[in-house]
Design a binder for this molecule. Structure first.
Ligand code: PHE
Length: 341
């Protein structure tokens, strides 16, 4: 009898619905029992073959059963959804009474601190900051600074070459060139930044920092340079620190000098830092070589200049008494935190 078959089909569908553990299984049960290939579709075919007199009652029964199953489905679907939410909530529950995880504080790097301080001191006498790229043209890093092709500074030992025309800048001096070529004098600029040399041992790092100073004006002399650097050293270390200039040689300055200051650690008495000499070298300087001015299309008859360059790590080593350059690049926060005065 069709009626019995309908009842069995209803029971089977219901059992399958109830067995579903989640929305997906429930949906699959629905497709299986009420879908096109399901038991009800087969029963509909049998329904078609009934004598017309039996059709109304049987049709009504089928509709009632289908509606009941749809309602059951909807109810079970709702319950499974709530169950799924409950599981998510249980799994993702936050215990708000747990102690929080503290994010560790960073610390300003002594290299940044030294750069900031130098910029601050020299900005009081009119200097402002300029920057240049770390990958420089061979011409800006060397040729325009009057360092000829065959100079040992170009030796592969010292310079990281990128390609034939480009290097990782070996000093901040190319910013002198960039500035003189893009700005009209008078010029007073500072160029702090990263530099690279193919050199690595206890006191050398392949990547370190320099800060370059450049002044271009009319009638600039060694006396102006000495006055400026003496002022700077006294502001940076302390008023009782002396400055000493030793004749030296750089292609891009003429005359050139090495700048020493009396040792801020032992005040000139002699210690490990100054190797018992009482003096410490902090950088190089000199009057801008007229050839460099000419490279930058400035008339040396009209304009003169001076330039200086300090090693930033070196200044930090002296100022804070650090004895290994490696410490500056290890990023150990315990080291860095010592400088937060
Ligand atoms: N560029 C030089 C160096 O790296 C330092 C320097 C700068 C010397 C400016 C003179 C003038 O050694």
């Amino acid at each position: 009898m069709l009626k019995d078959k309908i009842e069995i089909a209803e029971k089977e569908a219901l059992t399958a619905f109830k067995a579903a553990q989640n929305g997906k299984e429930l949906y699959e049960a629905k497709v299986k029992h009420l879908g096109k290939q399901g038991a009800f579709s087969l029963l509909m075919r049998e329904f078609g073959k009934l004598p017309p007199a039996d059709k109304p009652a049987m049709g009504q029964l089928i509709n009632e059963v289908k509606t009941r199953l749809e309602e059951n489905y909807a109810q079970l679907e709702k319950e499974l959804k709530l169950k799924a939410y409950d599981e998510i909530i249980k799994k993702e529950q936050l215990d708000l009474t747990l102690p929080g995880t503290k994010s560790a504080d960073g610390a300003r790097h002594p290299v940044s601190m030294v750069i900031n301080e130098i910029v601050s001191i020299l900005s009081r006498i009119g200097y402002s900051v300029r920057q240049g790229p770390l990958i420089e043209t061979d011409r800006n890093n060397f040729t325009a600074l009057n360092i000829p092709e065959d100079h040992p500074a170009r030796d592969l030992q010292d310079t990281f070459y990128i390609d034939e025309g480009h290097v990782l800048r070996t000093h901040t001096s190319p910013v002198q060139i960039r500035t003189m070529e893009s700005e009209a004098p008078p010029i007073r600029v500072l160029a702090p930044g990263s530099v690279f040399r193919c050199d690595s041992d206890i006191s050398h790092s392949p990547n370190f920092h320099q800060i370059e100073g450049l002044l271009v004006d009319r009638k600039v002399s060694m006396a102006d340079l000495k006055g400026t650097l003496t002022y700077f050293v006294q502001e940076f270390f302390s008023k009782d620190i002396k400055t000493r200039f030793r004749p030296s040689y750089f292609q891009f300055t003429e005359p050139s000098a090495e700048v020493d200051c009396s040792c801020p650690i032992c005040k000139g008495k002699g210690c490990r830092m100054c190797k018992n000499s009482g003096w410490i070298e902090i950088g190089g300087c000199g009057l801008v070589n007229p050839k460099v001015l000419e490279h930058c299309k400035l008339d040396p008859e009209k304009w003169q200049g001076f330039a200086f360059g300090f090693g930033v790590e070196r200044m930090a080593i002296i100022k804070y008494g650090v004895d290994e350059i490696k410490l500056f690049s290890e990023n150990d926060v315990r080291f860095l935190k010592q400088f937060q005065f």
